[in-house]
Write a protein of this length. Structure first.
Length: 195
């Protein structure tokens, strides 16, 4: 082949590339697809990060379980299955590693922000106190509302039974499960209105 044939081949190739680019640019100008307002797939249990700090909404007050009766009635196996969502960030085996979140072995009754080798958020350090049944129950509902400023991005477990089952499961992940609090006294019924 002489140079004239090679020039025709190269010219045809470049012409085709330029034609495809021109069609692509003109089609984008004619049919504009704006970026989606929300992602097409939402990962369960993970909130989308928003631009700038947004104040966490305070959770609506709800009745706390009577742990003396709720823990024995809880489904520990269901709690383990629900806690698998947390397995990407937490480990709950004895001597297990800290991951994105701290190891949760022995969490019930443990002092907050006390897992060795894990760097807690300043908000969690400031909260102080121990992880009681009630506090774990409230924290699992909406972590960012219970400890504003926490690094934990999990959106929470809205169903009370799911949280009770997870707390029962976490209670069993210890050398000695934390003792149950005494049963709460039954509330007296409201007096009937006078006739």
């Amino acid at each position: 082949m002489d140079s004239f044939e090679w020039n025709k081949i190269i010219g045809a190739t470049l012409g085709t590339i330029l034609f495809v680019l021109a069609v692509h640019i003109s089609s984008q100008a004619v049919v504009y697809a704006p970026p989606p307002a929300k992602p097409g797939y939402v990962v369960p249990g993970v909130e989308a990060k928003k631009e700038g700090p947004a104040p966490a909404a305070a959770p609506v007050a709800e009745a706390l379980p009577d742990w003396a009766t709720a823990i024995p009635a809880a489904d520990v196996m269901a709690g383990e299955m629900i806690a698998e969502r947390c397995g990407a960030c937490h480990d709950w085996t004895k001597g297990g590693p800290n991951k994105i979140g701290p190891n949760l072995y022995g969490i019930v009754g443990r002092q907050r922000a006390s897992q060795p080798g894990f760097e807690y958020s300043p908000a969690m350090k400031m909260k102080g106190g121990n992880w009681t049944y009630d506090e774990l129950f409230q924290f699992l509902r909406q972590p960012a509302a219970f400890v504003p400023g926490t690094k934990m991005t999990f959106s929470g477990l809205p169903k009370p039974q799911d949280r009770t089952d997870v707390v029962a499961f976490l209670r069993m992940q210890a050398d000695m499960p934390a003792p149950l609090p005494p049963p709460r006294p039954a509330e007296a019924p409201a007096p009937a209105p006078a006739p």
